[in-house]
Ligand binder design. Structure first.
Ligand code: UD2
Ligand code: MN
Length: 552
């Protein structure tokens, strides 16, 4: 193991945090005693591992008191840590790649470059981190693996200190593992940067500390970078269940999108031809945790925004930057890595800062040009807030790299993205003559619910922002007003096929539903309830006024 003194390395503290005595001989004895203690601990831990548990990625179960403890740990850490501790660290997984293509000659890769794999962690479970490392060691041909770099973002968890050092020294001594200990918690963005700074491989592959790499995962990533160093690649991210560690392959894979509120979303592949191919598929954004990038290109294109703190936003920042500044982002379907998706963050953030919001405000200012208006409609409090910090360096970077405008990105990389106020018939608040407005009634981003009516807000809030699209959809970002049972109007996922999601706006303010022959009506609807379609009548209840109308 190489321990990097450039950063802070805690020298084998004992579990009570007692410091070693100064005298050299005594110190050597102390270290050897301590090492024995860790070895004991490790042997005890290893003796409890249940052979073959979870093999092939099958669901794993414990029984009795351990099962109960496991369930409790799931509530506390969003992950069954007891189960993970009992599963072999080198568990075998099935080859998750699509068998249909495996024999094909052109999918035999033979890259000649090496990668550094960078795994950052803050208070993750030791067995989960070790399983991540073992999966990389076992699934990556050694000729392709320069090193594994572990970056500890100043974890406070005791098992991640001396015991982890000991494990790396003893059990992983035949592999090139570097352990970087950060003195203070820097957040995942700067932690990754520290890892990248010591990396020597031609390529950097970043992984979260709760992943499992599978057969042949690295070769197609490295091959593609060898052929096209400006391509940044994402494997298919399969799901490892947090409750029973099942490895589930995600059949019809998706690529990355984003919402105007600044969140990463999964989207279906748009081009039908891309669904059944093993060739890399264009991806507008990436989830952020698992990706491969040429090391020089990583630095040339501006690595990360070092002023981003904590968690969140860096993935969209990097995605937009890569595309706008001359790179490409692609998902590689025959490279697959499992990731434990957790229901909540098992760790807290210093000062409870909304780092996702602040980081996204930074990227919106730097990369999104005028389109940042949509993000700040969701987060008005961040628009002119000094908490967002100085942006000079990132703006200079954009200038220096002569990056393209965000509009170019939307038009060329993500043309499916619905822009709320472009190419639409009308947009904004939609009011009745009684100062009531259409309102999504705070519909969650992924659920359907009634299209409601609510007192108009004096300022424009996203819950009252609607567009009448070029296709005649009365819609939010991804949800469209659809008539059900010929009377109720629900917001549901847009399907793009008109039918009950088709609306026509007349000059007098009537909003007509051709599929039912009825009109959108506020008649008898009280504050906070759903609007209906009724037989068309020329009454005030069927007149709607959009803030902005583009009809001629
Ligand atoms: C997703 C990404 C994650 C990151 C994040 C946005 C995937 C699968 N995961 O969230 O990599 O891009 O979106 O920022 O794409 N960590 C630290 N220091 C901290 C907090 C976290 O080192 O202060 C580590 C953590 O131990 C983990 C990694 O950062 O290894 C990512 O954190 P996460 O797993 O909680 O994020 P996730 O998967 O929800
Ligand atoms: Mn993660």
């Amino acid at each position: 193991m190489t321990v990097l003194f450039a950063f802070y390395v805690k020298f084998l503290p004992d579990s009570n945090g007692v410091q070693a005595p100064a005298n050299k001989r005594k110190q050597e004895k102390y270290v050897s005693n301590l090492s024995n203690i860790y070895e004991q601990k490790l042997l005890e831990y290893e003796s409890k591992i249940i052979p073959n548990l979870g093999d092939d990625g099958n669901p794993a179960f414990l029984t009795g008191i351990e099962a109960k403890k496991g369930e409790e740990s799931l509530k506390k850490f969003a992950l069954n840590t007891v189960l993970s501790d009992r599963m072999p660290l080198d568990r075998k997984l099935r080859d998750p790649r699509n068998k249909k293509y495996l024999g094909a000659k052109k999918f035999k890769y033979n890259p000649k470059i090496k990668t550094s794999v960078i795994v950052i962690f803050y208070n993750e479970v030791l067995s989960v981190i070790l399983r991540t490392i073992w999966s990389v060691i076992l699934q990556t041909p050694s000729r392709l693996l320069q090193e594994i770099i572990l970056v500890d973002d100043a974890s406070t968890e005791e098992s991640l200190k001396g015991l982890l050092d000991h494990y790396v020294n003893r059990r992983l001594k035949d592999y090139n593992i570097k352990l970087v200990r950060l003195k203070n918690r820097l957040g995942l963005i700067r932690a990754r940067l520290q890892g990248a700074r010591v990396a020597q491989g031609d390529v950097l592959i970043f992984l979260d500390a709760h992943c499992e790499a599978t057969t042949g995962w690295a070769e197609p990533l490295l091959s593609r970078i060898e052929e096209q160093p400006t391509a940044v690649l994402v494997p298919i991210i399969d799901v490892i269940e947090a409750s029973d560690m099942t490895y589930s392959t995600n059949g019809n894979f998706q690529v990355g999108g984003f919402s105007w509120s600044g969140h990463f979303t999964w989207i279906d592949i748009q081009d039908e031809r891309d669904k059944n191919t093993l060739a890399p598929v264009k991806s507008p954004t990436m989830a952020g945790g698992l990706f491969a990038i040429d090391r020089n290109f990583f630095w040339d294109i501006g690595s990360y925004d070092e002023q981003m703190d904590g968690w969140g936003g860096e993935n969209l920042e990097m995605s937009f930057r890569i595309w706008q500044c001359g790179g490409r982002l692609e998902t590689v379907p025959c490279s697959r890595v499992g990731h434990i998706f957790r229901d909540f963050h098992p760790y807290s953030f210093p000062n409870n800062k909304d780092t996702h919001g602040i980081n996204t405000a930074r990227l919106a200012h730097v990369w999104m040009d005028d389109y940042k208006r949509f993000f700040f409609m969701h987060q008005p409090g961040l628009e002119n807030n000094p908490i967002v910090g100085d942006l000079t360096h990132r703006k200079q970077l954009r200038h220096k790299l002569r990056c393209k405008p965000f509009k170019w990105y939307l038009d060329n990389v993500y043309p499916e993205k619905f822009v709320l106020d472009e190419g639409v018939f009308a947009y904004g608040q939609v009011r009745t003559e009684f100062e009531m407005c259409l309102d999504d009634l705070q519909l969650a981003e992924d659920k359907m619910g009634p299209l409601g009516l609510y007192q108009c807000h004096p300022y424009l809030a996203m819950s009252q922002y609607f567009s009448l699209s070029a296709k005649g959809e009365l819609r939010k970002e991804n949800f469209c007003a659809e008539v059900f049972n010929r009377q109720d109007v629900e917001l549901t996922e847009c399907h793009g096929h008109k039918r009950e999601q088709y609306w026509v706006l007349y000059r007098n303010g009537t909003v007509y539903s051709p599929s039912t022959g009825k009109c959108l009506s506020s008649d008898g609807v009280s504050n906070g309830n759903g609007v209906k379609v009724h037989k068309c009548s020329d009454t005030v209840y069927q007149r709607w006024k959009f803030d902005n109308v583009n009809m001629t």
